[in-house]
Design a binder for this molecule. Structure first.
Ligand code: XIL
Length: 320
């Protein structure tokens, strides 16, 4: 059968990839498929490069979890997507409850991004994650509330200086279809570009529900690309209310295919990453995040809990 990364590259994309992380590396059967670069040409650490994991105390960095992901990828000739530098979630308490001024938080953001991106030099980085609310207003978090929108500039400039070769992205969800949030992201990209702030790409996360994939994905991607950035689907999964039925699995196959087809149709869409490729058998905090995050939902990945390919996998192949 056709292999997802092989097919993606034959279609002119840079990669088809998956999220993963350290807790899963002890599962030999899982690891064998993950490590097959005809399936996955890129991996993203689901948690181990986040702020709470990498700088738990101010100025004290722990790189071991992320290093394990990078060394796995290097051994398998896979690209790494760094994830992420600045996000409101999974922050250590010294960040969320510090008494910051614009100047002190600027220095902390600069140091965090610079240290992370220079340590994990390489391929692609989600520098800013989820900056907007669904209505297109800025998310009220410690960064925005202390620094205004300037936190975006600070992080991107620090990242570019740390690794001039990395592709720097802003990543968000609910920007995969036209609407206020996608428009806000387009306005941000235009604004950054007009001021010469480095920005290379926009990540469309792609956490979808079966039967509810937006029909305007291709349009939105074309609009982003017209602004002079690349785009990627960065965290694709398509969940359903359990139990699985044949009808839901068929709709999910169509949904996966439609997302891939949209990326395939846009030259500036460089790749697709799924937010892990299989399900947990029980409610573990590894593999897909869906069962432990969305009550009653699951079966979001192209492989099932026994690592057997689902119809969704065939949809991916058909889409490229
Ligand atoms: C998720 C991880 O997959 C989970 O293991 C963790 O408990 C919470 O975060 N958007 C993102 C990702 O950008 O970082 C999130 O990852 C999923 C939503």
């Amino acid at each position: 059968t056709a292999k997802s990364n092989t097919v993606a590259q034959a279609a002119g994309k840079k990669y088809f990839g998956s999220a993963t992380d350290n807790p899963e590396f002890t599962d030999a059967a899982y690891l064998a498929i993950l490590s097959d670069n005809t399936y996955f040409g890129q991996i993203t650490p689901g948690n181990s490069m986040k702020w709470d994991a990498t700088e738990p105390e101010q100025g004290t960095f722990t790189f071991s979890g992320g290093d394990a992901v990078v060394s796995l990828a290097q051994g398998n000739s896979q690209l790494v997507r760094g994830h992420n530098c600045v996000w409101y979630n999974q922050l250590p308490s010294w960040v969320t409850s510090g008494s910051w001024t614009n100047a002190t938080l600027t220095a902390a953001v600069q140091n965090h991004c610079s240290t992370l991106v220079s340590h994990y030099k390489g391929d692609i980085w989600d520098i800013i994650n989820e900056p907007f609310n669904d209505d297109g207003t800025w998310r009220s978090d410690v960064f925005y509330n202390t620094m205004g929108t300037y936190f975006v500039d600070v992080a991107l400039i620090a990242a570019r200086a740390a690794d001039p070769n990395a592709k720097l992205y802003i990543n968000d969800y609910n920007i995969e279809g036209t609407g206020a949030k996608a428009t806000a992201m387009m306005n941000l990209v235009s604004n950054l570009k007009s001021r010469g702030i480095p920005i290379d790409g926009v990540g469309l996360q792609g956490h979808f529900i079966v039967g509810e994939v937006p029909t305007t994905i291709q349009t939105v991607m074309e609009q982003f690309v017209a602004l002079g950035v690349e785009v990627a689907i960065t965290e694709l999964d398509i969940r359903m209310t359990l139990p699985e039925t044949d009808a839901l699995l068929e709709q999910q196959k169509t949904d996966y295919q439609n997302v891939i087809t949209a990326c395939n149709a846009v030259a500036g869409c460089v790749g697709v990453t799924i937010w892990d490729y299989s399900e947990p058998l029980t409610m573990l905090t590894q593999y897909s995040w869906v069962p432990s995050t969305f009550s009653g939902q699951g079966a979001a990945c192209p492989w099932d809990a026994n690592l057997i390919k689902k119809p969704a996998y065939d949809g991916i192949i058909a889409g490229f």
